[in-house]
Design a protein around this ligand. Sequence first.
Ligand SMILES: [Fe+2]
Length: 294
Amino acid sequence: MEQFLELNCLLVKVMMIEENKEKEISIAFIGDIVGRPGRKIIKANLERVVQKHKIDFVIANGENASHGFGLTVKNANELFNCGIDIITGGNHSWDKKKDMITLLESKPVLRPDNYPEGVPGSGVKIVEIGNVQLAVINLMGLYTMPQVLNPFNHILEIVEKLEKDNIKHIFIDFHAEVTAEKRILMQLLKGRVSAICGTHTHVGTDDQEITDGTYYVTDIGMTGCRDNVIGMESDIPIKKALTGLGGHFNVPNNCKSIMQIAIIKIDEDGKSNDGFKIKIYDDKEEVISHCIVN
Ligand SMILES: [Fe+2]
């Protein structure tokens, strides 16, 4: 009888471990996709990366995916067909306004949640990945950005509600210009969310960390042309810098490109326990950088 009970206990333990394993997820995040070169390098590489690293869910910022400004329905569908599961946005979300409204109504496409009330769409989506509920949140910073609600007060309200609903897996794309705003968000939410990835500057930062189970990087960096000015042809930005005269920024047709993707492992309690970033170049070896776990 004693042996039978011991065996039963062991069986329950094994079942619990297996159940917890089912609640571990691996998510990937791709930074600002800029124009056709960005879409092209994703098409060439994403499926392979997903298979190799056993990724369950792919999030990408797509506010620059169509000619560098906004997102069309056609290009969004192209990205979904490559394996992206949800697309976030930012200050350029409305550059293709008609298409964006269609996407917000019909597809897993987000815009920053702290736009004022009355703006179409949402910046929060809860998705099911097996037994896990993952909240994907898109938020925008203040400095040099359009008029939005205070992102810090706003996110605290969202996270409190998610905690009440027992949703532990929480990912935030914080679209902001200023590094300090991004660090503030990390310090404000560490231990309470699974991951915070910064976007918008298009320049990746070398500061991945996991602190109290929260994965963080100030900016993941763009996916697109890398031999110019943040994915755009250099001539107009240079002219603007020299003369103060503006012009329309163009995405080059031919360029050297880069894809930047973060891969984050999240345990059954919504805590990240591993994270790394892959830089894929169209003409060089891949570079993988790992994060520090505090
Ligand atoms: Fe942006």
